[in-house]
Design a protein around this ligand. Structure first.
Ligand code: ZN
Ligand code: ZN
Length: 223
């Protein structure tokens, strides 16, 4: 992964988030003070209920070290220079405590996006469209290895919709991809039985009991 991949991953995070308004990558906005164009990784424009346009700028920081106060102050300068209402710093390696304090006082949010998370965000096969909610994407961020007593080993990729309670399952053994709404049951080609519960449950082929998968298909804020 390089800084460009990281920048793309952060853009995907906002493009796929619910109700995020208009998301644009790699934008140039004129600096109010110098008149020079400034480069911004991601810009989100949201029209508020009162009809006001709110502009949020997001900067992706792909760093081996934590962000410090200087990084935050530089970014605050950028946010002000382009007349944004809010700034978000997405950091790959976190930040110092004083950096967080500085950000807090300047209406700047800090978001941690690890390299692993960034890789997931970039992987198209990790996304599924929710069959229930239009425009909602489900990130398959749960990779689960299931074991049964008779040495059955099953790898599953799964995730839950943030808005409704639909779960998305991808069984790697048979390649079946399917969604489960609450109360629904499904048998994949391997013969495993899947239950749409909170959390999702599965009874592996030849097993007697259902096991719970660590998948929460509950609506939650995306932050
Ligand atoms: Zn949904
Ligand atoms: Zn299967």
């Amino acid at each position: 992964m390089n800084w460009k991949d990281f920048q793309d991953a952060v853009a995907v995070l906002y493009e796929r988030a619910e109700g995020m308004g208009t998301v644009t990558r790699d934008v140039r906005i004129r600096d109010k003070v110098t008149g020079q164009p400034r480069q911004l990784d991601v810009v989100v424009e949201i029209v508020s209920r009162g009809g006001h346009l709110l502009r949020v700028v997001i900067d992706a920081k792909f760093r081996k070290r934590r962000l410090d106060v200087k990084d935050v102050e530089e970014f605050i300068g950028l946010v002000q220079a382009v007349g944004a209402h809010k700034g978000v710093l997405a950091a790959s390696s976190g930040w110092t405590r004083s950096a967080a304090q500085r950000a807090h006082h300047a209406e700047v949010d800090m978001v941690l996006v690890t390299v692993e998370q960034a890789q997931e965000l970039l992987d198209e096969s990790r996304w599924a469209q929710c069959p229930t909610c239009e425009g909602e994407w489900i990130l398959l961020d749960h990779e689960v290895a299931l074991h049964s007593p008779d040495d059955l080993f099953v790898v599953v990729l799964a995730g839950g919709c943030r808005r409704c309670s639909t779960s998305w399952i991808w069984c790697w053994d048979c390649g079946a991809e399917f969604n489960l709404r609450p109360g629904e049951m499904m048998t994949c080609d391997c013969g495993h039985v899947w239950l749409g519960e909170r959390p999702v449950q599965v009874r592996l082929q030849g097993e007697q009991r259902f096991a719970r998968l660590p998948i929460t298909a509950e609506a939650s804020s995306t932050g």
